[in-house]
Write a new protein. Structure first.
Length: 295
């Protein structure tokens, strides 16, 4: 693994975990991944940050202007706290819950509905990371459970996974799925408890029909782009966890060094420069072949 945009903070720890996973084999493995700016790229071809699924409606201006105005006001208030590493996880969790609830209220107030949802799906094509298609092929060919955890809007993610033929039998999406009124099509809430950046973890799996698929798969590859994502394996027993983090900050952004230092503490492998899934595919192929030297 010689890519210049990869950082491995502790080579010994990383290789020890990978060696144990290779020895156990792919039948003892499952994968947990975030969606926005993890499976998708963070930047478009022009160097602009792409909107997360929870912000697509305001980005494409499909509701009246006041919705977008108030949505951006919430973003300006809450996003700096979301990425503020001086706050504890618990502090940020409470803040995010407040933000998500206020945004849901906006969607209800400004009449986001099934028609609006479908309009956004047609307007937006997610910029999937390079080599993710190969990743899905490996997951599917080896009947490997993949849980996509997202604090965004699950209806979008499910639609795009179907569009790209990523929604295999062993791929499961846990996210904020909007619930619509059967007669009017209007948004009336979420189908389950709110999932935000700092409370998405595997304790949610016990509420789903596929829970028993994970009973004997105690090795985990975790993939995310925020420090909150690093906790997605919480709530389940595990033997070995390799945590892969996409570090999406630009070097010109304030707090770059401080945030990178935090990532170096909590992730086993860090991918810079909006990189591809190829390093993750290399890890996965090593486990499938039970050969750490394949890396």
């Amino acid at each position: 693994m010689n890519e210049s945009n990869i950082l491995i903070p502790n080579q010994f720890t990383f290789l020890t975990k990978l060696g144990a996973m290779c020895e156990a084999g792919v039948d003892k493995l499952h994968i947990v991944s975030d969606f926005d700016r993890t499976i998708t790229k963070c930047y478009d071809e022009g160097g602009n940050k792409v909107p997360a699924t929870i912000g697509l409606a305001r980005h494409y201006k499909v509701l009246e202007p006041e919705y977008a105005k108030k949505g951006y006001e919430l973003f300006d208030i809450y996003h700096p706290q979301e990425i503020d590493e001086s706050l504890t996880m618990d502090e940020r969790s409470g803040i995010m819950d407040e933000w998500w609830r206020k945004h849901l209220d906006l969607m209800i107030t400004y009449k986001f509905n099934v028609e609006t949802l479908n309009k956004v799906i047609d307007m937006h094509t997610p910029n999937i990371r390079d080599c993710f298609s190969k990743f899905i092929e490996l997951v599917d060919a080896n009947d490997l459970p993949l849980v996509v955890f997202s604090a965004g809007i699950g209806n979008y993610i499910e639609a795009y996974f179907k569009q790209f033929n990523f929604l295999k039998d062993n791929v499961h999406i846990i996210s904020n799925f909007l619930e619509f009124d059967e007669k009017t099509g209007a948004t009336i809430g979420y189908q389950s408890d709110i999932i935000h950046t700092f409370n998405k973890n595997e304790s949610h799996i016990e509420n789903y029909y596929f829970n028993d698929k994970f009973d004997d798969r105690r090795n985990i590859i975790l993939i995310g782009d925020s420090t909150g994502d690093s906790q997605m394996n919480s709530g389940t027993d595990s033997d070995n966890v390799i945590k892969v983090g996409f570090f999406n900050m630009d070097k010109t952004e304030e707090g770059f060094d401080e945030n990178l230092a935090k990532y170096l503490e909590i992730f086993d492998l860090i991918i810079l420069d909006d990189g591809s899934f190829e390093p993750i595919n290399n890890i996965l192929e090593s486990i499938i072949k039970q050969d750490v030297s394949h890396l």
